[in-house]
Design a protein around this ligand. Sequence first.
Ligand SMILES: *Cc1c(COP(=O)(O)O)cnc(C)c1O
Length: 459
Amino acid sequence: MSKIPHRIYLTEDQMPKQWYNLRADMKELPDPMINPGTGKPATEEDLYPVFCKELAHQEMDNETRYVDIPEEIQEFYKMYRPSPLIRAYNLEKALGTPAKIYYKFEGNNTSGSHKLNSAVAQAYYAKEQGLKSLTTETGAGQWGTALSEACSFFGIPLTVYMVKVSFNQKPFRKAIIETFDAKVIASPSNTTNSGRKILEVDPNSGGSLGCAISEAVETAVTTPECRYVLGSVLNQVLLHQSIIGLESKIAMESINEYPDIVIGCAGGGSNLGGLIAPFMQDKLTGKANPRIVAVEPASCPSLTRGKYAYDFCDTGKITPMAKMYTLGCEFMPSANHAGGLRYHGMSPILSKLFHDGYMEAVSVEQTKVFEAAVFFAKHETILPAPESAHAIRTAIDEALKCKETGEEKTILFGLTGTGYFDMTAYNAYLDGSMSDYVPTDADLQKGFDALPKIPGIQE
Ligand SMILES: *Cc1c(COP(=O)(O)O)cnc(C)c1O
């Protein structure tokens, strides 16, 4: 066979026209969301005040295996997709490994990450429903950027609650979001009850993702014709992100390849859930048995050290409760943590798959992550986002194991984005001031103690 090219692109015709819903093939489904008001499983209607109708439907739809991607979304995708599948020849050579390493690169669009895949879908359905505005939160800024691009395209006003520490650290993120006409508010703010409550206790609070979510949800439910959108964790987001895995699988098949190991970083689980979707389908249906590995930061270890329990998705405790691996919605990663992936919980779908033994999880310390990021950048010329570098770290570790055993494994990992807005973190790594912090069991226990009690379900 002739040499496999460095970049394997699909044609537009080969692009998937449907998303894949992993829940349709799961042997056991994730436990239902609980409405905190009633203590009973949430219904689709319960979600209507928060999410637009079609997305509430997708959130609850455990049966439909393939969901048609609306024409308008397919057209939007074509502005930046298919994304390339890249054979990391130079990385392999530098490592001296017999393993074949492939990565799916999602940083090839102006938002710089995979988040645009779901942002465009969520903005489109809101537009279809005739909504007048949307709210959301953003931590590091990638989701706010992606959603502002999508909302601007479909002409929907957007308010972004941005975690105050990043608001102050990343003025250029704010500038991009504003370029696309969205309004950025540093969270906690005095524009909502949840924000005011936090500021009363701690006027200097730097904020958190959970707190920004509370503010965005509160604004959505108290503003007419306004809804809230979230960039990760939710079932609907994993559905949209399945485009990553579907494209990867078609591209690999076109060169007669199939991964032995699929690796992705895990914050709320959206890129990982998307990347692994068709491979997990093969596993669930007995067609193949690839290893699937989630990589998380040692400072925010929800899968590897969290509890599988019902928890709120936000710090303000106003969202429905989901059964997931969680550190407790009051958990805040240590201030020196620079590498993203700081959400307290994990996608309920991935949590269930992990719980049932279909997936592995590892945690890595941030100096090791940045070491891998810099090594990768030098050999593959892409400066990775710190989040993505978690997957790189583990891909490199797996490739090095192959070097020891001589096994020629095929490794696929998700390169979710570029790191140009994370240069403060790169600087800290390069000047040696970056440190690792691993929470103690006592630190984690505080978060577990604050898990909600639900009569008859979780005492
Ligand atoms: C948001 C983000 C992540 C983590 O989010 P998931 O929902 O876990 O995928 C990973 N990489 C990049 C570049 C991101 O922007």
